[in-house]
Design a protein around this ligand. Sequence first.
Ligand code: PMP
Length: 290
Amino acid sequence: MSELMIYVNGEYVPKSQATTSIYDHGFLYGDGVFEGIRAYNGRVFKLAEHIDRLYDSARAIALNIPMSKEEMEEAILETLRKNNLKDAYIRPIVSRGIGDLGLDPRKCPNPNIFIITQPWDAMYGDLYETGLTAITVGIRRNAPDALSPNIKSLNYLNNILAKIEANEKGGDEAIFLDSRGFISEGSGDNIFCIKNGRILTPPTINNLKGITRAVAIEILEKLGYDVLEKDIGLFDLYTADEIFVTGTAAEAAPIVKIDGRIIGNGKVGPITKQVADTFAEFTRSNGTEI
Ligand code: PMP
């Protein structure tokens, strides 16, 4: 197979040559923003929403992306076309750019823009059938008044620390609490819990405003369920009938065990299954044509 082509500042270069300087503040300080997007069956799912979030993340860190949203959309679609990809994971990255060793972003006049596209299979493989084991981790989610989890920044160290802890404790996914002790989100996904047919998910002050989360809420409401956005505690998780997480990479993934507690009967629950099936249909029949 020929080498994947990566978009780098307006050019398409082979993966092996798609590089940046060690003085790029994205590398030195995690100073930049990114998105994770997917294409299914020749269509990019929720492309406008992902581009809006990328630009919002950039605004929140006072980073001016030197291209319009329309140009970004076209660059993403063209990168997919160049790689002849119909089903793909798409990773636009905007870093602060090359500066010096100081923190000051004014020393980085030119943000760097990269777009990676590549094939991508179901993230959790067989676990969609059997369910994931989750661990709530000791490390707290970044506090909104320190580094808002709403910003999809290149600084994912908080998430990585959670993942390390889950790996250590034998969990497929890490679930964060926030600094108040309420449930926040997974290391790379949002969380829903279901009790007596009522669906709860935390408000998005302490987690990323997930695009899959919004789609899941839409699906659940269309199916006739009530979705309540409210603070959730550990008790709500441990006593839930069903728990699932949502994300572009994770899609809708069932959690059947958390901190050693079996959720429901330990099998994928009926509402989770309904959401996952409807989501799969939806992603494969909607989106921006490549
Ligand atoms: N939370 C975090 C921390 C994430 O990294 C992601 C993945 N982007 C999500 C939630 C889910 O967001 P989305 O559904 O937009 O992919």
